[in-house]
Design a binder for this molecule. Structure first.
Ligand SMILES: [Zn+2]
Length: 335
């Protein structure tokens, strides 16, 4: 697909210079194409907008609303679909191996999941499986579309995720429907298979799956791809350009989880749940953010105070609306 070029050009105004990025890629012995880490990057308001940067073309998919970055590692390609802002900049990762595709996460809005499906279909390889990283609605609502478009693909998640979706999935869809209408799923897609922790090979690609509790969500998958030197951190790590979601009071343990990610050596590129890939320094900036959020939460009696204080503490981060969204849930859950 030609989307790698357009993706790179679209995102080329990020602060990390192309030459620095290529040095990093070369250092990791990776023939990278198009994946542009954004740690320490400047605010990037045009990110994932349909218009793209001036002069760019998306020959592969005219009219596509999201952005797709493609990185190549020999026979393996990682396609990262990034939704527009009204889809929370959620990423769907498509790991294209020699004979099949593995999809991670399914988008919030159905039209964006549909764009993911169309991109995968154009690759001409069957979907081996779909893997859900955690039970937040912005990552699974669109599984409805993906399972319709790829009816043979089994849906995997960590043990416990299916129970969470059975218990709360429909209520979460109902809470989104007033905002998004028919762009949100009508039914909960519950994973039917449990993904085991540890190392396994899928289509010749080595994955090391890890299970984390009590961080951004109660239960979160991360995946190491040691041959590609890539960490798929999902919502454990956030971009330094954007606010993080803080919907549960797990600040202290989230920081412990982040320290454990920091201890992993050899993973220089991190794909995340929202926004473009980041460098390792994003782990530190996420720790800084979570620490400050914890302090503000302890000092704030209500959602409005929390939200205003957190936004004031990080005025350069984009997506201030995510702070209001988080504060509403964080304080509603307070006993
Ligand atoms: Zn998320």
């Amino acid at each position: 697909m030609l989307s790698s070029n357009s993706g790179f050009q679209r995102l080329s105004q990020a602060a990390m210079s192309r030459s620095r990025f290529l040095r990093l890629a070369a250092g990791a012995l990776l023939p990278f194409v198009g994946l542009r880490p954004s740690a320490a990057a400047a605010p990037n308001p045009e990110l994932a907008q349909n218009s793209g940067a001036p002069g760019t073309k998306d020959a592969a998919a005219p009219g596509r609303m999201g952005a797709i970055l493609v990185s190549r590692f020999g026979p393996v390609k990682i396609h990262s679909y990034l939704s527009p802002a009204d889809g929370f900049h959620v990423n769907t990762q498509m790991i294209e191996g020699p004979t099949a595709v593995v999809i991670f996460d399914g988008q919030l809005q159905l039209p964006y999941a549909d764009e993911v499906a169309s991109h995968v279909q154009a690759l001409g390889k069957p979907v081996d499986r779909i893997i859900l990283s955690h039970a937040h609605t912005d990552h699974w609502s669109g599984l409805q579309v993906l399972t319709e478009r790829f009816p043979d693909a089994r849906v995997f998640a960590l043990d416990g995720i299916a129970d969470q979706l059975h218990a709360r999935g429909q209520a979460r869809l109902d809470s989104f429907r007033p905002i998004y209408g028919d762009r949100i799923a009508t039914k909960v897609t519950v994973p039917t298979e449990i993904i085991a922790e540890g190392v396994q090979r899928i289509d010749g690609i080595t994955y090391d799956f890890k299970r984390f509790i009590d961080a951004e969500s109660d239960l979160q998958l991360a995946a190491l791809l040691p041959e590609q030197k890539m960490l798929m951190a999902f919502d454990l790590v956030f971009s330094p350009n954007e606010h993080a979601f803080t919907v549960v009071d797990h600040f202290e343990h989230w920081m412990i989880v982040l320290e454990s990610l920091k201890a992993l050596q050899g993973y220089d590129i991190i794909t995340i749940g929202h926004d473009t890939p980041v460098l390792r320094s994003a782990i530190d900036s996420t720790i800084t953010y979570v620490k400050r959020a914890k302090e503000i939460h302890a000092a704030s009696a209500d959602a409005k105070t929390y939200s205003e204080s957190l936004k004031a503490a990080f005025p350069d981060r984009q997506q201030a609306g995510w702070v209001d969204f988080s504060a509403g849930i964080l304080y509603a859950a307070r006993r």
